[in-house]
Design a protein around this ligand. Structure first.
Ligand SMILES: [Zn+2]
Length: 413
C-alpha cells in the first residue's frame, strides 16, 4: 500500500481530516450507497436475528456471517475455534491497522420463540437491536467500502465475535487479544453494539462475579439438631458483606442476585450458595470490594465455627469466580476519542460519553485504544422478547462509523 496517508500527520487535526474526507467524491458516493441500501440492510437484519445465537451456541450464526463476509468480497474470511468470524478489507499481506467488531451472540436460549415483525420502519423481535443492528452496521460499512473506489492507507479487519453477553464473559474478545496474530497488530478497535448515535463508550465498567458456597454434612432437623447449618453461615457472610460502604465516585456497586440452598423444611441443608455481582468504574475500587467480600466470607466462617464449636469443623466454604470484566478507560488524548468527537461535530451529533461494559473492556485493559458506539437508528427492549429497532435515519449512524473508520485508517488522495 502506498503510504501518503495524512491521518496520523500531526499537522492535521482530526477536525481537518474529517472535513477533508467528507468533501471527497468517493465518500459522498459511499454515503449515498448507505442511504440507498436501507431495504437490503433490513433484510440482512431480519435474516440474521432469526438464526439462534445463545451464549456458547453461536455456531450457526458464525457460519451465516462467514458466508456473508465471503459474498461481500472480504479477504481471508475465516472462523476461529471459538466461533469468532474474521474478514479483511484487503488481502492478508497487509496487516490491519484497525478492527471493527460487533458481537453476534444474544441472551436468548435456542428454544426462544423467534417471531419477528416489520411494522413500517420498526423491526420487532428478540435480538433485533442487540446486536443484529450492530452486525448489520458492520456489514453495511464493509459493503460500502467494497463498492467504492476509496483507497485506504491501512487494512481493516471486520470481526463478528462470540461471547459478549452474560456468562459469555467477553470470551470472544479475550480470545482474540490472547492470540499473537491479532494482539500484536490490533492497536485500535471500534466496537458497534446496539442502536443509536447519541453516545460513545470511553470508560469500561468493570465487574467481578462470584458464587459463594458453604457445604456441611446435613442431617435430620430433629435427630441431628446441632449439626452446623450452611444456610446460617451464608446468611452471616451476606449480612456482613452488606454493611460494606462503596464510593459514589468512582461509582461502585454490589448485588446479591441469587441465593440457593436446602431441600426441605425438616432437613439440615448440605449446601447453601449465593451469586454476587460487584461493579466499578475503577479497577482499584473493584479489587477493594473483592477483598471486602472475601473477608466477610472468611469472617463469617470463623464466627460460625466458634458458635458450633467442634461440629463446625464439618463446614467448608469456597468462592468461585463466575465472571470477570476488567475496568479501564480510554485516555483523554487517544486519537479514537478525538476522531469520534470530530466526526460527531461534523455530522451535527450531540453525543455523550458513557460508562458501560462492552467488548472494548478487553483491549482497553491492555492499554489499547477502543471505543464502543451504536449502529444508528433507534432501539429498545433489549434482552426481552419485545425488543425493537427503528430503522429511521439508520444511515446517520452508518456514516458516523464510516467516517470514523476512514479518519483512523487514512485515505489516499
Ligand atoms: Zn450488546
Amino acid at each position: 500500500m502506498p503510504n501518503h496517508s495524512t491521518s496520523e500527520n500531526a499537522a492535521i487535526s482530526p477536525q481537518q481530516e474529517v472535513a477533508r474526507l467528507a468533501e471527497m467524491r468517493a465518500v459522498h458516493g459511499a454515503f449515498l450507497y448507505l442511504h440507498n441500501q436501507e431495504m437490503e440492510f433490513r433484510r440482512w437484519q431480519m435474516e440474521l436475528a432469526a438464526v439462534p445465537a445463545p451464549p456458547f451456541g453461536e455456531a450457526a450464526r458464525s457460519q451465516w456471517l462467514r458466508l456473508r463476509f465471503l459474498a461481500l468480497g472480504l479477504h481471508d474470511v475465516h472462523v476461529d475455534e471459538l466461533g469468532n468470524v474474521f474478514g479483511q478489507l484487503y488481502p492478508e499481506s497487509t496487516a490491519p491497522v484497525l478492527a471493527i467488531s460487533a458481537h453476534i451472540d444474544t441472551v436468548f436460549p435456542a428454544d426462544t420463540p423467534f417471531v419477528f415483525q416489520e411494522q413500517g420502519t420498526r423491526l420487532l423481535g428478540p435480538g433485533i437491536s442487540d446486536n443484529a443492528s450492530g452486525v448489520v452496521a458492520m456489514m453495511a460499512v464493509a459493503s460500502a467500502l467494497r463498492q467504492s473506489d476509496l483507497r485506504l492507507s491501512g487494512n481493516v479487519v471486520f470481526i463478528g465475535n462470540v461471547g459478549e453477553e452474560g456468562e459469555g464473559n467477553l470470551r470472544g474478545m479475550r480470545h482474540i487479544f490472547a492470540d499473537d496474530r491479532w494482539s500484536n497488530v490490533l492497536h485500535r478497535l471500534l466496537v458497534i453494539d446496539g442502536a443509536g448515535t447519541d453516545t460513545y463508550v470511553n470508560q469500561a465498567l468493570g465487574s467481578k462475579r462470584f458464587e459463594i458456597t458453604f457445604r456441611g454434612p446435613g442431617g435430620h432437623s430433629w435427630s441431628d439438631f446441632g449439626t452446623p447449618n450452611p444456610i446460617l453461615f451464608l446468611c452471616r457472610a451476606l449480612a456482613r458483606f452488606s454493611e460494606t460502604t462503596v464510593p459514589e465516585n468512582p461509582r461502585t456497586t454490589f448485588n446479591i442476585g441469587v441465593v440457593r440452598g436446602g431441600t426441605s423444611v425438616n432437613s439440615i441443608p448440605e449446601t447453601a450458595s449465593a451469586r454476587v455481582d460487584l461493579r466499578s468504574a475503577s479497577k482499584e475500587e473493584l479489587d477493594k470490594l473483592e477483598t471486602r467480600l472475601r473477608s466477610a466470607v472468611s469472617g463469617a466462617h470463623k464466627e460460625g465455627l466458634l458458635q458450633f464449636r467442634n461440629a463446625g469443623k464439618g463446614i467448608s466454604v469456597d468462592i468461585e469466580s463466575i465472571g470477570d470484566r476488567p475496568a479501564a478507560q480510554l485516555s483523554k488524548d487517544a486519537r479514537m476519542l478525538q476522531v469520534i468527537r470530530a466526526v460527531d461535530a461534523h455530522l451535527g451529533i450531540h453525543s455523550l460519553p458513557r460508562l458501560a461494559s462492552t467488548d472494548a473492556n478487553i483491549p482497553l485493559s491492555l492499554g489499547r485504544e477502543a471505543i464502543t458506539i451504536g449502529a444508528g437508528g433507534d432501539g429498545g427492549g433489549a434482552h426481552t422478547l419485545r425488543e425493537w429497532f427503528d430503522c429511521s435515519h439508520r444511515d446517520l449512524g452508518l456514516k458516523r462509523i464510516l467516517l470514523a473508520l476512514l479518519a483512523l485508517t487514512g485515505v489516499n488522495e
